[in-house]
Design a protein around this ligand. Structure first.
Ligand code: PEP
Ligand code: MN
Length: 337
């Protein structure tokens, strides 16, 4: 349930309610909003608990959270959460743009990419060092060497680093180098991994599983939030359908749907969502038009020779042009890029 504090409730009253909630066997999380402070009280609720909390000093009202996901629900927080990690900010008026190659391949490749995407307006650098590949014989990533290259690119450009963590045991290592941990689509329901990233203290991008429903995705986000993080970015990256003209099907209705259901910021990945470079710029613009808080785009200095996902990567020039087009759309919908 949600304990809504009165406007101007004192810190002492908030602390007291946190203590009361804990005594009643529920887990309290204080969410300080611009309008008011609410305390989410999560756990198995015994009867009479709401009435017991309602009488607390400084309490305006106690309400049930109807959605199965509690911490992720917009019911507990009417305003969209702004997640900030280094140079990246997602959820505010300005649209966050995360760009870079699918995989980190060499110092030169990632450094060149970082400089080019920054010059074109990207606010964070992406690049996989641990790669989830369909075949065990495909390039698996440079691992820690790749993470070091990402850190060097951050030192040079100031761009925040977004990179995937594939396994629970890798979380401490990846968290040492990354500003934002990416949970890949294939791992969306790896619950131990979700808990580990939630405890890491790092912001997280949670990608939608290719066969996951919106509710499953929001419940996956709930694992991260429940583990102690408040910095979760949801990413629509396309789902598996009968359609073959694209690698995945990119359902952009999920953006306004999620907007209604959750306070978490929402980004779109038109690279994996389409699987074809020529479709990426239009779908990036469409994502901005439909209200996405950010984009994650694959950009490579030489897509033809990329070690992964070259067929869906933009060149530096194509990325710069995509940014220009998205900026015009952003203005039309009251945002900035
Ligand atoms: C990626 O971002 O390179 C990636 C592997 O994405 P996804 O998990 O969405 O397939
Ligand atoms: Mn990729």
């Amino acid at each position: 349930m949600i304990v809504v504090m009165k406007r101007g409730a004192s810190q002492q009253q908030i602390d007291h309610m946190v203590e009361r909630i804990t005594t009643l066997g529920l887990k309290p999380t204080v969410l300080v909003g611009t309008e008011r402070t609410v305390i989410a009280a999560i756990g198995r609720e015994k009867s009479g608990v709401a009435a017991a909390l309602e009488s607390g000093a400084g309490v305006a009202e106690v309400m049930p959270i109807l959605a199965p996901y509690k911490m992720a629900s917009r019911e507990i927080k009417p305003e969209t959460t702004v997640v900030t990690a280094g140079s990246l900010s997602v959820g505010g008026e300005k649209i966050g743009v995360i760009a870079g190659p699918c995989s980190v391949e060499s110092e030169e490749q990632i450094m060149q990419s970082a400089k080019a995407v920054k010059a074109a307006g990207a606010t964070a650098l992406r690049g996989g060092a641990f790669k989830p590949r369909t075949s065990p014989y495909s390039f698996q990533g440079l691992k820690e060497t790749g993470l070091k290259m990402l850190a060097a690119a951050r030192a040079e450009t100031g761009l925040a680093v977004v990179t995937e963590v594939l396994a629970t045991e890798d979380v401490p290592l990846v968290a040492e180098y990354a500003d934002v941990l990416q949970i890949g689509a294939r791992n969306m329901q790896n619950y131990r991994l979700l808990e580990a990233v939630g405890k890491s203290g790092k912001a997280t991008i949670l990608k939608r599983g290719p066969s996951a429903t919106m509710e499953e995705m929001l419940l996956a986000a709930e694992y991260i939030l429940d583990a102690g993080s408040q910095d979760v970015i949801l990413c629509e990256r396309g789902i598996r359908t009968f359609e073959t003209h694209t690698r995945f099907t990119l359902p952009l209705a999920s953006v306004p749907y999620l907007r209604q259901k959750t306070h978490l910021p929402i980004i779109v990945d038109p690279s994996h969502g389409t699987g074809h470079t020529y479709l990426v710029p239009d779908m990036a613009c469409a994502s901005v038009a439909v209200g996405a808080d950010g984009l994650i785009l694959e950009v490579h200095p030489d897509p033809e020779n990329a070690m992964s996902d070259g067929y869906q990567s933009l060149t530096f020039d194509e990325f710069a042009e995509t940014m220009r087009r998205c900026a015009a759309v952003a203005t039309a919908v009251g945002r900035r890029i």
